[in-house]
Design a protein around this ligand. Structure first.
Ligand code: NAP
Length: 634
């Protein structure tokens, strides 16, 4: 961490009139830390002496220096600027005893004539030439201080000090929303010096970053801005800027407003849920300006982002290497304490795998909702359902199963909160994008679209109520045993993961991304929403090569769970339940394990009405054939 700020107490020293107080105040303001004027801490006897023109002795000064030393010690964790003449080496030594590693000295140096002239122009202050000269005589110039020429403007001096003390932030975060806040705190907690920015909107969004900073102790050394140029200026080169804004137009708007302030080799990371094709476009546009762009998926929600998310970065590898330490440090750790962050591949491959992660998540959530529907249909209470699912943990534990159990148990004012939640599922778009990608890819990843359409169907609440009144009759409860349901659920999850990972593999091959499926399973084993025991085991499955369905132990689990999913689907249909993902898992599996299917009829129909041709099984050369389907020969 080359540019990390490691001095928390900054002593500004120099003779009277060198500008210690003014510069110190400005510097403290720029760094958003406290300012302490040493002159405020003299004892009354010293003040009395000075006011009558009697110079202080070392004995007078020692208690004062010791008090300042205590103040410095108290500020080690939160930082401060202390303006103190500290003319002698022994004074400075006394001030930094035992804390020298955390103290920096800034010496404001100027000619006698310049300072004397300045003093004469001060309204309430007059120092005779003799007194100033005695200060110059006393001054033992420091060897280890940052020496700053006082002839520059105060602003230039502050900027010089910040630059020379390497006080630029290592990485900046734009967007102090749910995720930006959590990631910022995570970065700061891990010791990175960060700059925070949120846009300013008069009357609506004011001092958002500064207010957020002051609400959290770990952000004490963070720099906070609502002026974009100052934010960019506060970053060490090459600049690393992490965007955590809403996907879509906001990402383009922020990039456009940043471009003018950036230099070649600076790096923008988009950590929101952007569409991977948009990431490809942005990457190309920024590449033409020499700016690197890293599209990175981040999963784990607000808590994960704070404590350790799963991170899926992609783009130019050399750029990734420059941000790797930040991402791997804040990421969740897998069971071997390795970071749940890996370089996914070129272009927008990181956002692509995040999108499929979300697609798998949609189907996993839907499967749990269907199990809930089946158990509820049996007349189970919420805590009984929670207990049932709790008992499934040894076989199919996952984050989503865990939160479902919590949700089932949650009470509010004596009744179960879940029962008060309207049954209309919303979505933010990644499931829709994943579904479009499934269609474009030619892969039969049917569970993601099925889960998406189940959400869409749920939205038609009024129509569903009308249809219920019109069509439903003889509602009956099912008698599926909880162990059979568990096996069916696990069966469907295996199919869901098989489809999702096969989709990643196929699209990766199409784009020549070379995505390592075992690594993806590993970084999803902790920190993300679909973390589960199943995902952990997939790390080794993919090391063996091949896909899930055709690998042990999954092929065995599918064979063993087949009877269960069959009976669950049959009973659900008989009970008039809506269980599309459980049904689809069975349907897909049946379709996959039919060596000779019915698509010969589809091909014949296509050739009949559109002369689209077909292949014959009795033609080993695989030529295309066309027939007149209206005439028959023997
Ligand atoms: P959020 O709470 O709504 O915050 C969005 C942030 O973007 C706010 O700071 C907002 O600033 C800023 N913003 C919006 N439009 C902007 C514009 N035109 N210019 C500048 N700033 C703009 O959203 P979030 O939950 O943090 O999500 C951020 C991204 O992470 C999204 O892409 C989301 O899909 C993704 N994500 C979210 C989660 C999650 O669990 N929430 C998990 C993984 C990924 P103002 O406050 O000034 O409006």
């Amino acid at each position: 961490m080359t540019t990390r700020q490691n001095s928390s107490v900054l002593f500004i020293m120099g003779v009277s009139g060198s500008g210690k107080t003014h510069i110190g105040q400005l510097l403290a303001k720029a760094l958003d830390i406290s300012f302490i004027d040493a002159d405020d801490y003299h004892s009354q006897s010293s003040i009395d002496k000075m006011s009558t023109g009697i110079p202080l002795t070392d004995a007078d000064r020692y208690p004062w220096l010791d008090r300042l030393h205590q103040i410095a010690q108290r500020h080690l964790d939160i930082g401060c600027v202390i303006a103190c003449s500290a003319l002698k080496a022994s004074y400075r030594q006394r001030l930094s005893t035992d804390i020298s590693q955390k103290v920096s000295w800034i010496y404001l140096k100027g000619d006698f004539d310049i300072i004397y002239t300045r003093m004469q122009h001060r309204k309430d202050h007059f120092m005779g030439a003799e007194m100033l000269k005695s200060q110059f005589d006393t001054m033992e110039e420091p060897e280890d201080a940052l020496v700053v020429n006082i002839e520059d403007s105060a602003e230039a001096i502050v900027s010089t000090i910040k630059n020379k003390l390497n006080m630029k932030a290592e990485i900046g975060v734009i967007g102090m929303g749910v995720m930006g806040k959590s990631l910022s705190r995570n970065l700061a907690r891990n010791g990175f010096s960060i700059a925070l920015y949120n846009r300013h909107v008069d009357g609506l969004e004011e001092d958002v970053a500064a207010n957020f900073k002051s609400a959290h102790s770990e952000l004490v050394s963070a720099l906070a801005f609502d002026d974009l140029e100052s934010f960019v200026e506060s970053l060490a080169s090459p600049r690393k800027i992490l965007l955590m804004v809403n996907a879509g137009a906001a990402v383009d708007a922020v990039i456009q407003s940043l471009i003018d302030y950036l230099d070649p080799e600076d790096i923008i990371l988009d950590a929101g849920n952007s569409h991977y094709l948009e990431t490809n476009r942005r990457l190309q546009m920024l590449e033409s300006k020499g700016i690197y762009f890293i599209g990175t998926g981040v999963s784990g929600g607000e808590k994960g982002a704070l404590l350790g998310p799963s991170i899926m970065p992609s783009g130019v590898y050399e750029a990734y290497q420059k941000v790797e330490q930040y991402l791997t440090t804040i990421a969740a750790k897998d069971s071997n304490q390795e970071p749940c962050c890996t370089y996914v591949g070129r272009q927008g491959s990181g956002h692509f795998v995040k999108m499929i992660h979300n697609g798998i998540e949609y189907a996993e959530m839907q499967l749990l909702a269907e199990c809930y529907a089946i158990l509820k249909n049996q007349g189970m209470t919420n805590p009984q359902m929670a207990d049932t699912m709790e008992a499934w943990k040894p076989d199919c534990d996952s984050y989503l199963l865990g939160i479902t159990i919590d949700i089932l148990r949650k009470k509010e004012a004596g009744s179960y909160l879940l029962d008060q939640v309207l049954d209309q599922a919303a979505n933010k778009g990644t499931g829709k994008w994943a579904t479009s990608t499934v269609a474009d890819s030619g892969e039969a990843a049917t569970m993601i679209p099925t889960a998406l359409f189940a959400r869409y169907l749920s939205a038609f609440k009024t129509k569903r109520q009308e249809a219920e009144a019109l069509f439903t009759s003889n509602k009956q409860s099912n008698s599926i045993s909880t162990s059979v349901l568990r096996d069916a659920y696990q069966f469907a999850r295996i199919i869901n993961h098989h489809q999702g990972f096969s989709l990643i593999d196929s699209v990766s091959a199409e784009h020549d991304w070379n995505v390592n499926l075992s690594e993806i399973a590993r970084i999803w084993s902790e920190g993300c929403i679909i973390k589960s025991d199943l995902i952990k085991q997939l790390v080794n499955t993919f090391k063996q090569g091949g896909s899930i369905m055709f690998n042990t132990p999954w092929s065995t689990t599918l064979s063993q769970g087949y009877a269960s999913i069959q009976s669950v689907v049959i009973e659900s249909v008989q009970s008039q339940l809506h269980t599309p993902c459980l049904s689809e898992a069975l349907s897909y599996f049946n379709g996959m394990k039919i060596g000779s299917g019915s698509a010969n009829l589809i091909q014949a129909q296509r050739d009949y009405f559109g002369a689209h041709t077909y292949k014959r099984i009795d033609d080993p050369k695989g030529k295309s054939h066309h027939s007149d389907w209206t005439t028959t020969t023997d």
